[in-house]
Design a protein around this ligand. Structure first.
Ligand code: ASP
Length: 460
């Protein structure tokens, strides 16, 4: 191939032009790394101009360096159309009013069948347009708060969501659904459990692992379960509602502070950690698995505390971690550090001087466990006792991410470290529990054949 791309600011574009190939063309491409067949995708904002991105027949995207391409031939051209028809939601005065607040994520995306590309294309009307069954459960109003993949969620979004929830409750809605990316859904569910207290209605977070118009998508069913939960369930807490087992039998309702994304691609990715979920939900009914939850009420006395100190960090300990990691946080003005320690909550001795420095500088340091299940226990080994003397505070059985958001939330309210400690160690929304039931360790949540079998046994 000629060196046409050389000297161009947009080498990828130059090579496409020279071969009369357009974005969205179905092509055969010969390179010095082999031959490929697939569709030329538009370049995302972040990719560089020396690569062409191609969707292969097997669904995978690959980036091909321009300087390896020998020849490209267009076989077909399939332009993408992004629009889903919008539909007005029908009103029924016998049904509850539910508000859907959209923040983005895969649930707000759709996939173009012909190209296989996932495209953020959220509008609440489109969302309803693709799942008309939602009208069976409620009168739905929708509002797009933001449109980001959840890895881009920031405390400013958390504050906006919390305030919007407060406003909707004051307006009298009977339930709230928050559409959100799954990646950090558990951070958001935890922080909302603290920012929004004493809610009289269910606050249900929902997302999807596969975009809404893929045949295997979990978007519609998750949405139906979430809407049903918001409209009809008795649980007035912040919850996550996502696929229970790997198949589409039922959804699980997880308490916002005890839930975590546990699988990068399974639809049944969310699991309640160290406890059992609140309930199972399907299109017809709820199966409550416990009764120690806040019940639905008819008042509007919600308490919104949308505070967050952004100078808080979480540090995942690894063998041979050096103190400069902690020191750099102190030097950069961080006010709180959560450590995810090994075992019962440990780090190595080389970190001790840095921990002492953090204490002397008034930085709040909390310990959690990487094992996720179980409590921090710093009285068992000398390491734990020494660290407590250096000011590290054990965070009981709060999950590391939950401790992170709770510390940000608490430090957003006060710099008085004694007050912060009181807030941190007082259970607010199930983030610290007195004991962890044995069946909170995986059982009860479906997803693998043995557990399904177990569930069938106890439900009989
Ligand atoms: N990265 C996406 C997000 O968290 C994934 C998803 O929505 O499931 O927004």
């Amino acid at each position: 191939m000629s060196d046409i791309y050389k000297g161009y600011r947009e080498p990828a574009l130059a090579i496409l032009k020279e071969n009369s190939v357009r974005v969205w063309s179905d092509v055969e491409m010969n390179t010095n790394r082999g031959d490929f067949k697939g569709i030329i995708l538009p370049r995302s904002e972040t990719s560089d101009s020396n690569h062409i991105v191609m969707k292969l027949r097997n669904g995978y995207n690959i980036g091909i360096a321009v300087n390896t391409i020998q020849h490209i031939k267009e076989i077909d051209f399939k332009e993408a159309h992004y629009k889903i028809p919008e539909q007005d939601f029908p009103k029924d005065k016998h049904k509850s009013n539910v508000k859907l607040l959209g923040t983005g994520g895969t649930i707000a995306s759709r996939l173009d069948y012909r190209t296989g590309a996932v495209i953020p294309a959220f509008s609440p009307g489109e969302l309803y347009g693709s799942v008309p069954e939602l009208a069976d459960y409620c009168n739905l109003e929708t509002e797009k708060i933001c449109g980001v993949f959840s890895e881009n969620i920031e405390p400013k979004h958390w504050k906006i969501i919390a305030n919007s929830i407060g406003e909707e409750i004051k307006k009298g809605v009977k339930g709230i659904v928050i559409g959100h990316g799954t990646d950090v859904m558990h951070h958001t569910s935890a922080v909302l459990s603290f920012m929004v207290q004493n809610s009289p209605v269910p606050i249900v977070m929902v997302g999807s692992q596969r975009s809404s118009d893929r045949p295997s998508s979990d978007a519609a069913l998750n949405l139906i379960h979430a809407i049903k939960t918001a409209a009809e369930s008795d649980i007035a807490e912040t919850m996550v509602c996502m696929f229970g087992p790997t198949s589409d039998q039922y959804g699980l309702l997880h308490r916002g502070t005890r839930v975590r994304k546990m699988h990068s691609s399974y639809r049944s990715t969310f699991r309640t950690i160290s406890d059992i979920p609140l309930a199972m939900v399907d299109k017809e009914k709820f199966t409550y698995l416990r009764n120690d939850y806040n019940k639905r009420r008819s008042d509007k006395n919600v308490i919104i505390t949308p505070t967050f100190e952004e100078k808080v960090s979480i540090v995942y300990y690894y063998p041979n971690m050096q103190p400069d990691i902690i020191d750099s946080l102190i030097d950069n003005g961080y006010k709180g550090i959560v450590i995810a320690g090994t075992g019962l909550g440990h780090v190595n001795k080389p970190l001790y001087p840095a921990l002492k420095r953090a204490k002397d500088k008034g930085v709040a340091v909390y310990m959690t466990v990487q094992t996720l299940w179980g409590y921090v226990q710093m009285y068992v080994y000398e390491t734990g006792r020494e660290m407590m003397q250096l000011g590290v505070i054990p965070a009981a059985n709060m999950l590391p991410e939950v401790t992170y958001v709770k510390l940000g939330w608490a430090l957003g309210q006060t710099n008085d470290l004694e007050k912060v400690k009181k807030i941190m160690l007082t259970p607010i929304a199930g983030e610290i529990t007195e004991r962890e039931p044995y069946n909170g360790y995986l059982i009860y949540q479906g997803g693998i054949p043995e557990v399904e079998e177990f569930l069938r046994g106890i439900k009989r």
